[in-house]
Design a protein. Structure first.
Length: 181
């Protein structure tokens, strides 16, 4: 008869320890998602700064394309604090503008010879590569976090403590048969 209170106390202690460990793990996963989003945000900001520079460098060679780059850059104002899903939809225009900037080199050989434009294109390629890596890492962190907070019994604790699933950062599909990153 005396063992029952001790068993109950041991069970409550073990449950409390498991809840504390689970909570700490959810916090670590959520913070990893937030850090990964900050990495994406840095790369997006770098791209946003590069596109107007590319537009001004291309102005003399490709008037129409330079205007398109400037328009895409202006369209991004006000989306900085948006969530990943909305931001990804908003960034699709800038994605197209970045691809357009990279294709200018092939259409205008004189532009290829321009040292400042070439340097800016190299920088844009580097930023796009880093952005792809950051997006892959972020989406992996989101998948790990979402899986943990949605799995039983952690979902009970996550719901009680208001841990919400994070959004993926996926760019809209370009066409049929093309894979998402």
């Amino acid at each position: 008869m005396r063992a029952v209170p001790w068993l109950l106390l041991g069970f409550l202690g073990a449950a409390s320890a498991a809840a504390a460990l689970s909570f700490n793990h959810m916090v670590r996963l959520r913070n990893r998602v937030r850090r990964a989003w900050q990495d994406i945000d840095v790369q997006l900001e770098l791209r946003h700064r590069l596109l107007p520079l590319l537009a001004s460098a291309a102005r003399g060679y490709a008037e129409r394309e330079a205007a398109l780059l400037e328009e895409a850059t202006r369209a991004r104002s006000g989306i900085r604090d948006a969530g990943p899903a909305y931001r990804a939809r908003s960034e699709s225009g800038l994605d197209a503008a970045a691809r357009e900037a990279l294709s200018l080199v092939e259409r205008y050989p004189d532009l290829k010879a321009d040292a400042s434009f070439s340097r800016l294109v190299e920088e844009l390629v580097r930023v796009e590569d880093h952005l792809a890596s950051a997006r892959k890492y972020y989406n992996g962190a989101v998948r790990q976090y979402n899986t943990f907070i949605q799995a039983f019994p952690f979902n009970l604790l996550a719901g009680t403590l208001h841990f919400r699933p994070a959004e993926y950062f996926e760019l809209p599909r370009k066409g049929v048969g093309e894979e998402k990153r």
